[in-house]
Design a protein around this ligand. Structure first.
Ligand SMILES: [Mg+2]
Length: 325
């Protein structure tokens, strides 16, 4: 399961990347520089600490790079002095749904604190995040993993329990570098042809991504389920009643209750069957846990034994016990 969802800002929460790209296009044009679109777009998602190097690479001259950067800044900030950024579709709904589930929400952006906070407040997203971190508060911005590493360490949440949402190549790369699961939500630059990054899923918008994000958030693995059961018992101080023999009896009692679902009819109420199955498995997991065993290993080992006892060539289509095969 995921306890934390980390959002990128530009191009994911707010529609700034388009203006950003346009401001570069304009700045290059005004400086009489002919930079192809694909090269210009290598600037997307880069933080300030990587920015100047990439611009110098593109224009080939340090002084000129500074000049173009100043022109671009003026165009970009000039635009946002006059206009509020547009919020991307589905952002608010997703944040509210995650928070209602108790999932921690964070924003991690390469943009500097002053600008980023102004944007987040202007679209009323600021208060929907439990945690915020900005590009000028870490040593290196994306694709360096520093921003993401700081989120999980400050919140004391393990990387396995975190999920990142990103729109840019450099952002996905930063998530990969941090070793945290990431979903790529497309903004307007296609990065599907980049083969040095990986992501769990890709979507055209957060609206389309919502269902999968919620499924991933809710997807508990077996260890997390055992943790859940342990916590439930500890809170109620019930461990004193759960000796191995009590648990073994309980499994059998719950199995009988499962059978009761079929007492007068071959068609049981599936809702009742679900409950009884859950009870059987919860007690079985508790008993496994009592002996310090790992349920997945226990099942896999027994499946291997079963496969040896019931060779396909002898057992196929046959219900006899292995001793009679
Ligand atoms: Mg972005």
């Amino acid at each position: 399961m995921k306890k934390l969802v980390i959002f990128d800002m530009d191009g994911l929460l707010i529609d700034t990347e388009r203006i950003h790209d346009w401001s570069w296009e304009e700045a290059f044009k005004r400086s009489n520089l002919d930079i192809p679109t694909s090269e210009r777009q290598t600037l997307m998602g880069l933080g300030h600490s990587h920015y100047m190097n990439q611009i110098r690479k593109l224009v080939g001259d340090d002084e000129l790079a500074d000049d173009v950067r100043n022109i671009q800044r003026e165009i970009y900030h000039g635009y946002f002095r006059e206009n509020k950024p547009d919020i991307k579709a589905g952002v608010v709904e997703l944040l509210l749904e995650l928070r209602a589930k108790g999932v921690v929400t964070a924003v991690a952006t390469s943009t500097r604190q002053a600008s980023a906070e102004a944007y987040l407040r202007s679209v009323e997203l600021y208060d929907l995040f439990d945690y915020r971190i900005y590009g000028d508060l870490v040593v290196e911005t994306k694709p360096n993993p520093a921003l993401y590493n700081k989120v999980v360490s400050d919140l004391n949440i393990s990387k396995e329990n975190a999920l990142i949402l990103e729109d840019s190549y450099h952002g996905v790369k930063a998530a990969n570098n941090a070793g945290i699961d990431v979903i790529w939500v497309k903004d307007f630059v296609d990065i599907s042809n980049r083969n040095d990054i990986s992501y769990l899923h890709s979507f055209d918008s957060l609206v389309e991504a919502r269902e999968t994000i919620m499924e991933i958030v809710d997807n508990y693995d077996m260890k997390e389920i055992v943790e859940l059961i342990r916590a439930f018992i500890k809170e109620r101080d019930w461990d004193q009643f759960h000796s191995p023999v009590n648990l073994a009896k309980s499994i059998s009692i719950e199995a009988a209750e499962l059978l009761e679902c079929y007492q007068w009819s071959d068609d049981a109420d599936v809702e009742k069957v679900k409950d009884e199955l859950a009870d059987i498995m919860i007690y079985a997991l508790q008993l496994t846990d009592k002996y310090g065993l790992d349920i997945e290993t226990v099942i896999i080992e027994k499946m291997r034994k079963n496969a040896l006892k019931y060779e396909v060539s002898k057992a196929k289509g046959n219900s006899k016990k292995y001793t009679e095969l």
